[in-house]
Design a protein around this ligand. Structure first.
Ligand code: HEM
Length: 200
C-alpha cells in the first residue's frame, strides 16, 4: 500500500468514530430538537476536548488532502463504475469537509455562535439558501455511505445496500433539519446570519 493510501486509511480510522456519533446525533433529532441538543451536549464533552478536537481536525485535513491526491494521481488508470463512484464520492466529501468545518469554526470564532442544530438548519429555512443547503447536506451524507461501501471492497451488492441506506438516512436528516418531521423554530440570531431580520 502506498503512503497516501496508508495515510487515508489511518485518518479514516480517526474520523470514523466521530462520524458514527455525528450521524447518530442528527438522527436523534427525529425525536425532537431537544433530543438532538441533549445528545450533542453529551458528545461534545468528548470531541470538544482540545486534544480530541485537534486530532479530529488534523484527521479532517489529512483525509481530504490524501484523498484528493489519490483522485488526481489515479485518474488515468481508474477503471470501472465502482472505482469512479469511490473517487467521485471522495472528491465531494473532501470539498464538503473543507467548507463544513471552516463554516463551523468561523461560526464559533467570528460569529460567536453555538454551532448546534439551529446553526445547521437555519440555511434550510431561508429562501433561496435552501436550494444550496438541501443538496449540499443530502449529498454529503449519501456520499459518506457510498464511499465507505466502496472502501470496504466487498463487491457491488454491499455498495448498493450502503447507497440505499445512505439515501434514506440523508433524506431523513435533511427532512428533520427542514422541519418536515418535527417542529423546528429557528431562533432570530441564526436567521440573521442569512440576512433575515425578524419583525417584532
Ligand atoms: C446533514 C449533514 C450534516 C449536518 C447538518 C452537520 C452539522 C454539523 C454541526 C452543527 C457541527 C458542529 C458540532 C458542534 O458544534 O459540536 C458539525 C461539525 C462537524 N461535522 Fe458535520 N454535519 C453533517 C454531516 C457531516 C458529514 C457527512 C461529515 C463528514 C464527512 C461531517 C463532519 C464534521 C466535522 C469533522 C465536524 C467538526 C467537529 C468539531 O471539530 O467540533 N459532518 N457538523
Amino acid at each position: 500500500m502506498n503512503a497516501p493510501r496508508r495515510l487515508h486509511r489511518a485518518a479514516a480510522g480517526v474520523l470514523a468514530v466521530f462520524l458514527a456519533v455525528h450521524i447518530a446525533n442528527h438522527l436523534a433529532a427525529l425525536g425532537g430538537v431537544e433530543a438532538h441538543v441533549q445528545f450533542m451536549e453529551r458528545a461534545r464533552r468528548v470531541y470538544r476536548q482540545p486534544v480530541v478536537e485537534t486530532v479530529l481536525l488534523l484527521g479532517v485535513v489529512l483525509q481530504a488532502l490524501s484523498g484528493l491526491r489519490m483522485v488526481w494521481t489515479g485518474r488515468h488508470r481508474r477503471r470501472g463504475a465502482l472505482a469512479w463512484l469511490q473517487a467521485g464520492s471522495g472528491a465531494y466529501l473532501a470539498l464538503f469537509l473543507v467548507i463544513h468545518v471552516t463554516a463551523m469554526l468561523a461560526g464559533r470564532a467570528i460569529g460567536g455562535l453555538d454551532t448546534n442544530f439551529y446553526f445547521a438548519a437555519a440555511g434550510l429555512h431561508v429562501w433561496p439558501f435552501v436550494l444550496f443547503f438541501a443538496p449540499y447536506y443530502f449529498l454529503a451524507v449519501a456520499a459518506l455511505f457510498v464511499h465507505v461501501g466502496c472502501a470496504l471492497r466487498r463487491g457491488q451488492a454491499l455498495v448498493a445496500w450502503m447507497s440505499g441506506a445512505g439515501i434514506v438516512v440523508a433524506a431523513l436528516i435533511v427532512a428533520v433539519l427542514m422541519g418536515a418531521m418535527v417542529p423546528v423554530a429557528i431562533p432570530a440570531t441564526y436567521l440573521r446570519t442569512f440576512g433575515v431580520v425578524a419583525s417584532s
